[in-house]
Design a protein. Structure first.
Length: 393
């Protein structure tokens, strides 16, 4: 039999155990989880953050511009990644409901010279478990093996086909965030990012956390050359490296148009460039220059602004040496004043394009496209300029 002091000790222990249990239960129910953006690697190029990725993807598939881009082998891999994740959503009603209430982050990465792959980050707050993923695998009739390994203190689960040992996808749980990708290295990158972003996050991650519940697209300018180089020949790859200095990142609301994507948002500029300053206080315009260009167009650089004279003045004040050099060459070579003889013509659009060479030609063709303010009154002025150019030949 227990003596009096033993009974008191037992009651005290039970009270402590009960109190600790109640405290842990309360903490689990009221825990504050970090947003999924905290696991976003710096290698992300284009990032979607929102609660309705299926709707966005259906619209993307119907877009004519995207249909053309998707002929590239790299985008076919991107499609396969998303469809694989989409099958997870359709097989798990709980997960669908969770995504509708908590933001999902989908990031696009270049994982090889010709390959795009996706990383999915879901702020699932402990709702999804390893068993849920195993159930999904079973529902999809995959004969698989689930392997476990540890990376930087976190378990990574690698799902492989049992017969071929081919890797299907990998996933990890990061304190309330599910990281999933068909590329296991991207899951490792998410783990590393989760550690570093909590103490020193990038400006883009900070913005995503601030706008956690808003559907937005983010563009990481630092990784922009890698995105474009997948589509470019070796001749032009070196010319894209300066694009990483366009800014830190852009955050955009998006809308799908029949022939492209319309983005409306903000650019977080860095100290290395003045490119964006001339565009301040300008209103976006409908872009029509591409309608007059042939299918052989390989490169197009264009601006559509509501006041081109104001844009030119701002560009001059930004002290763009390359722009000044081109204007001086025009004056020295042909005796043409850009400010007095060309600037007054320009309407809302100005573009520079490079065409692929024709079969009988060895070099690309360069074209300058200008939308006139008033076509009727400009024709005679243009003929005068052509005469000046011919005199200098």
């Amino acid at each position: 039999m227990l003596r009096g002091n033993q009974i008191l000790l037992l009651l005290l222990l039970l009270a402590i155990i009960g109190g600790v249990g109640s405290y842990l239960y309360y903490q689990s129910k009221n825990k504050t989880y970090l947003p999924a953006a905290f696991a976003l690697p710096n290698s992300a190029m284009i990032v979607y953050q929102g609660t309705d990725p299926q709707k966005a993807y259906i619209g993307l598939q119907k877009n004519a511009f995207y249909q053309t881009l998707s002929q590239n082998a790299a985008l076919k891999g991107f499609d396969a990644d998303y469809k694989y994740f989409d099958s997870l959503l359709k097989a798990n009603e709980d997960l669908q409901g969770l995504i509708a209430s908590k933001p999902l982050v989908i990031s696009l990465h270049v994982t090889s010279a010709h390959d795009f792959q996706l990383l999915f980050l879901q702020q699932q707050e402990g709702t999804i478990s390893k068993g849920d993923i195993e159930d999904w695998i079973a529902e999809n009739n995959e004969t698989t093996r689930l392997l476990e390994r540890v990376f930087e203190g976190h378990k990574i689960y690698d799902v492989k086909a049992a017969a071929s040992k081919r890797s299907l996808f990998s996933f990890a749980f990061l304190d309330g965030i599910l990281a999933l990708s068909r590329n296991t290295v991207l899951v490792e990158d998410a783990i590393s990012a989760f550690t570093s972003n909590r103490s020193n996050s990038s400006p883009m991650v900070e913005k995503m956390v601030e706008a956690n519940n808003q559907d937005k697209l983010y563009l990481n300018f630092r990784s922009l050359p890698g995105l474009l180089n997948v589509y470019l020949s070796a001749l032009y790859i070196n010319q894209t490296k300066d694009l990483q200095n366009l800014g830190e990142f852009g955050s955009y609301n998006y809308k799908l148009a029949e022939d492209g994507f319309l983005l409306n948002g903000n650019v977080s500029a860095n100290k290395e460039t003045d490119l964006w300053k001339p565009l301040q206080n300008q209103k976006p315009q409908k872009f029509t220059v591409a309608d007059v260009l042939p299918a052989s167009t390989a490169y197009l650089h264009a601006f559509a602004v509501d006041n081109f004279s104001a844009y030119h003045t701002s560009l001059k004040n930004a002290s763009n040496p390359d722009f000044d050099t081109r204007k001086n060459d025009l004056a020295n070579t042909y005796g043409i004043s850009f400010k007095e003889e060309i600037l007054p013509w320009i309407g809302n659009q100005w573009a520079y394009a490079i065409m692929e060479p024709a079969a009988e030609e060895a070099q690309n063709q360069e074209v300058l496209v200008i939308q006139f303010n008033d076509s009727a009154s400009t024709v005679d002025k243009f003929k005068t300029l052509v005469g000046k150019v011919n005199q200098y030949k």
